[in-house]
Design a protein around this ligand. Structure first.
Ligand SMILES: N[C@@H](CCC(=O)N[C@@H](CS)C(=O)NCC(=O)O)C(=O)O
Length: 213
């Protein structure tokens, strides 16, 4: 049995953050697919047994069960000694970007993508418009940050990159964002991440959940 078990699904960029870390660290892991589009994370039994917060990803390792991608990334970097901070300043900087990512970057980008292409029903244009305005603001902040540095923290790839990049590798038809055309620094950064040994895109790392019906 593999050392790590990740409750995940390929459409989940939050899961991809962790799957990518597991792959880049060369760890022995297996996915446990979450049937997200048919309500798995809202099922009271799933919440009681797997994650009371009703979210993927969840990682099982050595008798521990961990949720929240930022917590899991921190745990894995501590366990492996890879992609973590080298001092307290970097630790705080990574935490700062995790919080920004979870609140402003991933959250709006993922919600927009879900409504835009995955929900299985037409989205309200006003809601999409609002989300796009929030996303554009967050993308601009990351674009500027990456203007004069190769990675988010410390000049080398860290778990901060894997958090922020969670939704950066999905097809344009899914996200509605052509980042290569609109955000050259973000595009160059994701190319640097994609060049890391062991990198794979989300649909090659995790099984897809059956789509909404
Ligand atoms: N902050 C959480 C977000 C996790 C999250 O929102 N996961 C989505 C899938 S990508 C989910 O399970 N959502 C369930 C729901 O909102 O009902 C993390 O970083 O792990």
């Amino acid at each position: 049995m593999p050392d790590y078990r990740l409750y995940c699904f390929a459409q989940s960029g939050n899961s991809y953050k962790v799957a990518l870390m597991l792959a880049l660290c060369g760890l022995d892991w297996e996915p446990a697919t979450v049937d997200f589009f048919h309500g798995a994370t809202r099922d009271p039994e799933w919440r009681a047994e797997v994650n009371a917060m009703g979210e993927a990803p969840v990682l099982d390792h050595a008798g521990k069960r961990l949720a929240q991608s930022g917590v899991i990334l921190t745990y894995l970097s501590r366990r492996t000694g890879q992609f973590g901070p080298e001092n307290e300043d970097e630790e705080l900087e990574i935490l700062r970007w995790f919080l920004f990512d979870n609140h402003k970057f991933t959250s709006y980008f993922a919600t927009h993508r879900f409504m835009f292409s995955l929900a299985g029903k037409p989205a309200d244009p006003a809601v999409l418009g609002f989300l796009r305005s929030r996303i554009d603001g967050a993308l601009a902040i990351v674009e500027k940050h990456l203007a004069d540095r190769p990675f988010i923290v410390g000049g080398r790839p860290t778990i901060a990159d894997f958090s922020l990049a969670g939704y950066m590798f999905y097809p344009i038809a899914e996200t509605g964002y052509d980042l290569a055309a609109s955000h050259p620094n973000i595009h160059a950064w994701r190319e640097r991440i994609a060049a890391l040994p062991g990198w794979k895109p989300p649909y090659d790392l995790m099984p897809a959940a059956p789509p909404a019906t």
